[in-house]
Design a protein around this ligand. Structure first.
Ligand code: SD4
Length: 322
């Protein structure tokens, strides 16, 4: 299945694939394709887990993480904990092109975005308000703090320390955590053009009920995505808190550089994390410089198959693979 150009992205986000492909066909660059493809998901709120109105944090706010990487120049632009701006990957591209920096965060990233002409607007929707109020009613469970429990004198927070959880409680919270994550689907995309240029990017609203300020793997180069036109590109999705410690996208690209085929490289990146977190939720896609691609996920109960999209000259339209 090696042919160029190539667009691959995580999950069945077909419109994103189609958009990226159209950008390439119209003569756009691989960076344009990644940016516009991921932006399509941001606008469509793919699965509620990309863009505005999804994954409210503990305070009810939706915040966004995104990155884009140019595999020719090894430049990266990224934003994390971005507030009130819908087009996170657009802002990431502005960080790449309009600054010497790599990653801008939080309120300051929003100010930067506004200075770059992005419109500030509320990212809250009826849906995110509902998710948040359901959570408040349910005594704010699950949350992602360790060794703390909601203060019983209030419906939830402020949080206070509690004694070490019993193994049973620990197991339960692990299970909720994984169940929660599995409904959660960042877009990660890798694009190659006909002359060997590679770009990769991600966009997500992170994790529902996250602690405000929490940043996942998606905006971290080498974790959420990586591209090096001399070796390949990769992008990851899943439990970012765990995955970002292992730089799976970087690892997959380096394994392909060393000669591993893309499927084997993806498998190895997943296995590395599995050594420490056998039940983690996550998947990765990757492609080498010749347009061979592959994917792998950690097969755990409820998640035995990972779907991703592919467009290349052999497919008439974006094709769903698993
Ligand atoms: C995060 N990696 O923020 C993202 C979430 C995700 O499928 O990809 N879920 O941790």
């Amino acid at each position: 299945h090696a042919s160029l150009p190539l667009v691959i992205n995580t999950w069945p986000f077909k419109n994103a694939t189609f958009t990226a492909w159209s950008v390439l066909q119209a003569g756009g660059s691989v960076l344009d394709a990644v940016e516009r493809g991921c932006a399509r998901c941001e606008a469509e709120q793919c699965d509620g887990s990309v863009g505005y109105g999804g994954s409210p944090d503990e305070s009810g706010e939706t915040t966004l993480d995104a990155m884009i990487m140019n595999g020719n120049t090894m430049e990266v632009g990224a934003v994390a904990d971005l507030r009130r701006i819908k087009n996170a990957i657009g802002v990431a591209r502005a960080v790449l092109e309009r600054t010497d920096h790599t990653l801008l965060v939080g309120e300051s990233a929003s100010v930067f975005a506004e200075n770059m002409g992005f419109v500030a607007e509320d990212l809250t929707t009826n849906k995110s308000v509902n998710i948040f109020s359901q959570w408040l009613k349910g005594n704010c469970q699950p949350n992602y703090r360790k060794n703390v429990s909601p203060d019983p004198s209030t419906s939830c927070g402020p949080y206070r320390p509690r004694s070490t959880p019993t193994p049973r409680q620990q197991q339960q919270s692990e299970r909720t955590r994984h169940a929660n994550q599995r409904s959660h689907d960042t877009i990660g995309m890798v694009v190659l053009d006909g002359s060997g240029h590679i770009a990769a990017g991600t966009s997500t609203n992170g994790l529902t009920h996250k602690v405000p300020g929490r940043v996942g793997d998606s905006p971290i180069a080498g974790a959420g995505a990586y591209a090096d036109s001399s070796a390949g590109g990769a992008a990851a999705t899943g439990d970012g808190d765990v995955m970002m410690r292992f730089l799976p996208s970087y690892l997959a690209v380096e394994l392909m550089r060393a000669g591993a085929d893309p499927s084997a490289a993806c498998e190895a990146a997943i296995s590395r994390i599995k050594r420490h977190h056998s039940q983690f939720f996550g998947a990765i896609i990757c492609a080498n410089t010749t347009g061979h691609y592959g994917a792998a996920c950690n097969k755990v109960s409820g998640f035995t198959q990972f779907h991703f999209m592919v467009s290349n000259p052999e497919t008439d339209a974006p094709v769903l693979k698993s």
